[in-house]
Design a protein around this ligand. Structure first.
Ligand SMILES: [Zn+2]
Length: 393
């Protein structure tokens, strides 16, 4: 059986280690000593590697090559290899073995502590990872990397106050990787307070967002939720309209709030503004129909008004529906309603968003990509593309 990629990498490590061992012994600074019986152990280790017995291979390797200045990079490479392979217990042992070496240089110690922190992070041992990265974030040569890991760790655990602290410290060192991240942290805190019914505290956090990002759509939607909770439907509608003007692709998030505001108020002005919206260009009506279907509002009466345009403007549905049911203009309301229901079921299980950073597809909108953790990375897939893919199911 041919060795897999991991085995090849470890064999390369063994060869590098053996070469280091050999040249270290040939070094003029050391007296020439008879070689140790290397071969048997060396081939024993190789045998374990080829049989995919990584833990036994590690035992041999650690016995074979002691940590010293000649071999330390080999140990780091071995540790990183085990972590990449997902064998975190073994990478932890390699890095602990390095740290245990007396008289380790500061740079090597920091490197080993950082690598051990990465192991803990990968293993989900967040308390231990946090402790190490906090130590390294304070004045070590690894402070930048440690702060980046702390930020990831706090985001992953939803510790938004700590995330804000780490973000502020990072900002002094480098340009932020995701400039809107801190505004999202404040929104997370605002959302927690809103859900707990502390609307004033929620508004306070949203004030902080304004200092970081102007016209931040997530903040405006949260403010609309607070306005709805305070029975201020006019304000909720103003906020919703502004979000759609600046970020049309968020229409599926805005529409349910708009409907709540519409139902909550007796205001003629809001009702007629909504009607004016529906009377706008066919492309706008098609967008509203799509957003309503995606948002689960397909049974709302206004969807029927917009659905005919949605079908007509879509190249696939525009052919499919007339062939199966008749011209959209002639379809009766019950037919349109059941068509909207069927489309809703298809759309909601179709990946309607895709991350521009990692390509992850999602049927749900997330402010932070669940794959690569980038903020605002999820973009809507073009509406027509969704229909095209859905029709091919
Ligand atoms: Zn992503």
């Amino acid at each position: 059986m041919l060795p897999d990629f991991f085995a090849v990498e470890v064999i390369a490590l063994f060869l590098a280690a053996a070469a280091g061992w050999y040249f270290a012994r040939r070094s003029p600074s050391r007296p020439l000593t008879p070689p140790k019986p290397l071969n048997l152990e060396y081939f024993e280790g190789l045998n374990f590697v080829l049989n995919e017995e990584s833990d036994k291979a590690l035992e041999v390797f650690l016995r074979l090559v002691e940590v010293d200045d000649d071999t330390i990079e080999t140990h780091f490479a071995l540790g990183a290899l085990y972590r990449r392979r997902g064998e975190v217990t073994l990478s932890i042992r390699v890095h602990e073995n390095i740290i245990a070496r007396p008289g380790l240089q500061t740079g090597h110690r920091e490197h080993a502590l950082f690598a051990l922190g990465e192991d803990y992070f990968r293993a989900g041992l967040f308390d231990r990872a946090e402790e190490l990265f906090k130590r390294l974030a304070n004045g070590s040569g690894r402070s930048l990397g440690a702060l980046r890991y702390l930020l990831r760790l706090y985001e992953q655990q939803g510790e938004w106050m700590d995330a804000i602290g780490a973000y502020e410290r990072l900002k002094y060192l480098v340009s932020p990787e995701y400039p809107t991240a801190i505004a999202h942290y404040y929104c997370e805190l605002a959302e927690q307070q809103r859900q707990a019914g502390n609307l004033a505290a929620a508004r306070e956090w949203l004030h902080r967002v304004r200092a970081e990002q102007k016209h931040f759509p997530r903040s405006a939607l949260l403010r609309a939720d607070i306005a709805l909770a305070e029975a201020d439907a006019e304000l909720a509608v103003r906020l919703c309209r502004r979000v759609v003007e600046l970020h049309p692709h968020l229409l599926p998030l805005v529409l349910p709030r708009f409907m709540l505001a519409l139902r909550a108020t007796q205001s003629e002005a809001i009702a007629s503004a909504f009607q004016a919206w529906l009377q706008a260009a066919p492309a706008r009506r098609a967008d509203i129909a799509y957003a309503a279907i995606v948002a689960g509002l397909e049974t709302e009466p206004f969807v029927v008004e917009c659905l005919r345009d949605f079908i007509r403007l879509d190249p696939n549905l525009g052919e499919l529906v007339p062939a199966l049911a008749g011209e959209p203009a002639t379809l009766a309301v019950p037919q349109l309603t059941s068509l909207a229901g069927a489309l809703g079921r298809i759309f909601r299980r179709t990946q309607r968003y895709r991350c521009v950073e990692c390509g992850l597809g999602s049927a749900t909108h997330f402010w932070q990509c669940p794959g690569c953790r980038s903020w605002d990375g999820l973009s809507p897939v073009a509406r027509l593309e969704v229909v095209s893919r859905a029709s091919n199911l």
